[in-house]
Design a protein around this ligand. Sequence first.
Ligand SMILES: N[C@@H](CCC[C@H](NC(=O)CCC(=O)O)C(=O)O)C(=O)O
Ligand SMILES: [Zn+2]
Ligand SMILES: [Zn+2]
Length: 400
Amino acid sequence: MTDAAFPPARSPLTLAQGLIRCPSVTPSEGGALAYLAGILGRAGFAVERPVFSEAGTPDVENLYARIGTGPCLLFAGHTDVVPPGDAAAWRHDPFGGTVEGSELFGRGAVDMKGGIACMLAAVLAFLERRGPDFGGAIAFLITGDEEGPAVNGTVKLLDWAKARGERFAHCLLGEPTNPDTLGEMIKIGRRGSLTGDLAVHGVQGHVAYPHRAENPIPGLLRLAQGLLATPLDAGTAHFDASNLEFTTMDVGNPATNVIPAEARATFNIRFNDLWTPETLAAELHDRLAAAAGNTVRYSLDLRPTNSVAFLTRPDAFVETVTDAIEAETGLRPALSTTGGTSDARFIKDACPVIEFGLVGQTMHQIDERVAVADLDRLAAIYGRVLDGYFPDAAAMPDRA
Ligand SMILES: N[C@@H](CCC[C@H](NC(=O)CCC(=O)O)C(=O)O)C(=O)O
Ligand SMILES: [Zn+2]
Ligand SMILES: [Zn+2]
C-alpha cells in the first residue's frame, strides 16, 4: 500500500469521479474496469478480466479480483451504465464527474459507480488497517453487462469463478436500494419477471364492409381485460402482490379505411414467490382461453426468462449490515423485495446475497447525481460491515 496514487484515490468521491469519467455505456467497457483493475492490482488483489461472448449478443468485459484466504465476502456490481439520453439537457457533462454544491453529477453516480467507489474505498481502508492477513478473503465480481441483456455478465462470471474453485460465504451487491434516504432499505430478495407477446389474428378488409373482415382490435381489448380483471394474488409475507402491466399495444395501421389483419400487445409481469414461470404461464393461458371463447383467434409467446422470485432469509450477515447502517445513519433499514430485478437473481445460486447501496431517486434520469456526504457515509457503512464480518481477534481483550 505504498503507491503514491493511493491516498487521493481512496476517497469515495475521487473513485466515483474516476469511474464516471469512463464512458461505459452498456456494453462498452469505457475504461471503467481497467481503472478498477489498476487500483485493485496495486492493493494486492489477484485481478482477472474475463470476456464472455454469445451469439446474438455483444461481447462483454468483466472483472474478478480476490485477496486473502478463508471465508470470502464478495462485493458485486456493474460498471456499465444506461445511455445519458440528451446530453445537452444535463446540467453537467454526464461523463464529467462534476461536483456542484454538495452533489456529484454523472451517469452512474448512483447506479452504480458510486456504490462501487464506496466498496473500493472501504476495502482499501480496511486492508490498510488490517493488512492482507485479516482472517478471510474479499472478492470483487464486477460486470459490464447488467444494464444490457445480462447474458455475458454476472451469470457467466459466476460459472467461470465456480469452475476455478472460487467459493463465496456471502455477497453484498451495491445497487441503489434506498428510495429517499441512505439507510432506509436493504433488499433481501427480488420478484421474478416474465414478458409476454400477445397477438390477435383477424381478417383484413374495408371498414365500410366489416362483414367481409374480422377486426382483431376488439378481440385484443377483450383478452387484455381478461388478463387484467382479477389480481394475480394479494402478496405474501415478504413480497408485494404480483403485477401485470401492458407495455405496448400495436396495430401499425396507417390507413383509416382498412380493418387491420392483426393486433399485438406486450406485457410484463413482476411476480412473487407464489408463482414460477410455469405456473404463471398456465394461469395466463387459462385466462386468455376464458376471455377468447370461440370467437377470438390469438397466440401468446412468453419470452424465456432467467428471473424468478427469490428471498435471502435474514441471518447474521443481514444483522451485521443492519447494525452497520444503524451505527452510521441512526436508521434501522427495512428488509424489502420491492422494485426491479438485479444480478442478485444469479448470485443467489452461489451464496446468500443482499443488496445495499445509495439513494436511487435519480437512477437512469437526466442529471443523475449523488450527495457527496452519502458517498462518505456508504463507504463508512461498508467499512463497518468489513470490521463486523472479519473481527480483529488481536483487538479483542479476551483473545489477545
Ligand atoms: N436488462 C436486464 C436486467 C433489467 C433489470 C431491471 N432492474 C432495474 O431496473 C433495477 C431497479 C431497482 O433496483 O429496483 C429490471 O427490473 O427490469 C435484463 O433484462 O436481464
Ligand atoms: Zn444497477
Ligand atoms: Zn440501472
